[in-house]
Every structure is written in C-alpha cells, then in structure tokens.
Write a protein that binds this ligand. Sequence first.
Ligand code: AMP
Ligand code: GLY
Length: 412
Amino acid sequence: MKVLVVGNGAREHAIAKKLYNDGAEIVSAMSKRNPGIISISTRFEIININDPSNYEKFNSLDYAVIGPEDVLANGVSDFLEKKGIPVIGPRKALARLEWSKGYARELLTNYNIPGNPQYKICRNTDDVKEFLKQHTEVAVKPDVLTGGKGVKLTGEHLHSYNDVVNYADECISRDSLVVLEEKLIGKEFTLQAFVDGKHVEVMPMVRDYKRAYDGDKGPNTGSMGSFSCPNHLLPDIPITAVKKGEEIMKKTIESLNKNVGEYKGFLYGGFMNTSKGVYLIEYNVRLGDPEAINVLSILNTPFTKLTEEIIDGRLSKPHFKNEATVCVYLVPEGYPLNPKKDHTISIKEPASSELYFASVYTENGLIKTTSSRAIALLAKGESVKSARKLVYSDVNKISGDLFYRSDIAADF
Ligand code: AMP
Ligand code: GLY
C-alpha cells in the first residue's frame, strides 16, 4: 500500500512511522523538511500543504492520511477524493465542525444532541450585551481556526465587562460573528476516536499539559507533554462521564452522516465534566498533538488495517496494549511568546524512549528549530511512574537552546 501522509509535526511523524512499521510505503507532503518523516519516505515533497492545487502531482496512491486541521479546512480531502484518492480526514464541509465553533454548537442544537452549554452566536454588540445580561462568567470564542489561541475566559484573560465586549467586538469585526458561552467549571478531558462514516471507535484517554511552565504556570502552548494509563482511563474522570462524551460524539457523527456526508478520519472531542453533567467544549477534526503519539505507540491492531477499514466503512474495534505512556516535549527557549528559532540542536540516540521530530527542519545536515515545538520523547511502561522515569532519563540526549516541563505526569 502506498500512502500519502500530509503534515510535518510530531503527530504526523507518529502517524507515518506507525503506518511504515505496519507495512505501508510512505509518500509525504510537508511544508518543512521533517527529518523523521523524510527518513521513512520513498518520496517527499516540500509544498504549501494548505493549497489543494499543490496535490495535482500526487498520483498512483492507495490513500492519504491528513494530520493538520488547516489542511482539512482548506479542502485538500475534497481535492484528493476528486482525483480518486480516498482520504483519512474529513472533507471541508465536515471539517467545519472544527473551523466554525458556531457551526458545531448549532449542529448540536439542531439535532438535539446533548453537550451544549448556554451559548449565543453574536453578530453585533447588542447581541453580546444581551448574553451578558444573563451570564457574567463567559468564554469568548472566535468562530474561526486560531491554532488554539483564540478563546478568552473571564477571570483569566478578560477582567471586566468592557474587556469582554471589546474582545467580542474585535472578533465580530474580523470574522463577522463571535460565539459567547457560559463559562464551565469542572475537569477537562478529551476523547479521540477513529470514524468510518458510521462507526465511532474511541481510543485510550490521554491527558495533556497545555501551560508552558511547571506547576501549570505561564502561557498556553500547543501542549508540553501528555500521559495515558494502562487501563486506558484517567484517574480523575469517571467512566460515566467518558460514556457520555462517547455518546455525544456518536450522535454527532450520526447527524453528520444523515445531513452532510460521511465523516471519515479522526475525531477529537474536548469535554468538561461538571457538577451539572458533561459538556462539549469543542471538536477537533484530527488527532491531538501529542495525544496521537501516546495512542499510536500502544496501538496493537495494524494501523494499515484500521485505515483500510475506515475507507471501506467497516471499522472494527482497535486493540491497544495495556501499557502506560508518557510524552515530554522539548521546545525552543522563549516558546511560545518569543521562541529562539533557526538554532541548531543536536541529538544522541535515546536509550529508553521513542523520538519524534516536531517543528524542526534540516539544513546542510543540521537540525534546526522553528518557532514551534521541537522534539517529542515518548516512553512506555507498566505504570505511569515507570514510563515517566524512562522518558526523563532521555531528555539530556537532546541539546540546544531548548527547555521542557519537568512535571509531566508527576502527580499520577
Ligand atoms: P477551545 O479552543 O475551544 O478548546 O478552548 C480552549 C480552552 O478554553 C479549552 O481547553 C478550555 O480550557 C477553555 N474553554 C473553552 N470553552 C469553555 C467554556 N465554555 N467554559 C470554560 N472553559 C472553556
Ligand atoms: N494537544 C492539544 C491538541 O492537539 O489540540
């Protein structure tokens, strides 16, 4: 099987590596030269991966797997499917679940799917003020993709009534609308699933660490690390909440299938378990980064079997090993606010971990940083504690102007 893998982060390195280890021939489309993906590709192209017309040159492929959401939002799946190449990754109209927050909310409302908090799609300042008559604690969400950096919450980023109105107005003037939601209080969890249009098969749960510094301090990042447990659950999320999240995802796919089209690919649901029940925070139409690395490293069923089943619409239950995983990201000094990019890093073979290249590139044989995350290390173990020990024993194998969080999975 010849498979096109699109994207050049650690998530896509993990996807490509697993497909490769399970027997696929890898062709890759990247915006930067990821050395890990290049090393297992028989052919690679450096292109603007978001522009569908750049995929004209890819032919004679069995199927494609797309990693990043912006590629999906730009309709690359639609383009490849028109060329006769099946894609693991939803078409643009289905990826709207992620690229329009307002659309995701309205879908749940229109098809009586549980999971929505109180919300209002606001098109002008009066709409915003109307919602603020009923709710003082709110989340202000741009409708569009913002790379996870657009949502602002009262108490954290917005400290007065005027702050809320001004930020909402800023979003409206840029995007013509903004979504206001009641601020939910509870424990967040995410569920990742394989989806073949009809069947939804969830993966082991993974907890990620979004803040830049130890103790959950500092600015939000793409995520600094993650862990998963041998029983595939998280210690602080009851199974009833997990089942509720799964139900919301299944009903969403059922409604899309009836009303929009067949969703094939990965679905990532972000949820909040509150005292009033489980609420959907947002959908992503892709795997998480680094969550993909955790789950793919313990996936026992050949990934190639699952991707083929997704294409054929006959997805079976995937099997995952009962092992713990801990992933730690090494990121450029100054990340995410003022990252040191284009600095050379050097790497010695890790003894106990798997190494995934993220946003780095090769130039004249050297590996260089960009302004985003650089290297992900992942270790497996019988327990979270043992996996954690292994992964931290390898962080000193990577040197350069980098830092990492030292408390990933420390409390478990
Ligand atoms: P999102 O980009 O929608 O995942 O939002 C980013 C983060 O904002 C989430 O991970 C939550 O921590 C937070 N968030 C989003 N919506 C809400 C909400 N309605 N109530 C409380 N927190 C929220
Ligand atoms: N780790 C968070 C995400 O991929 O959205």
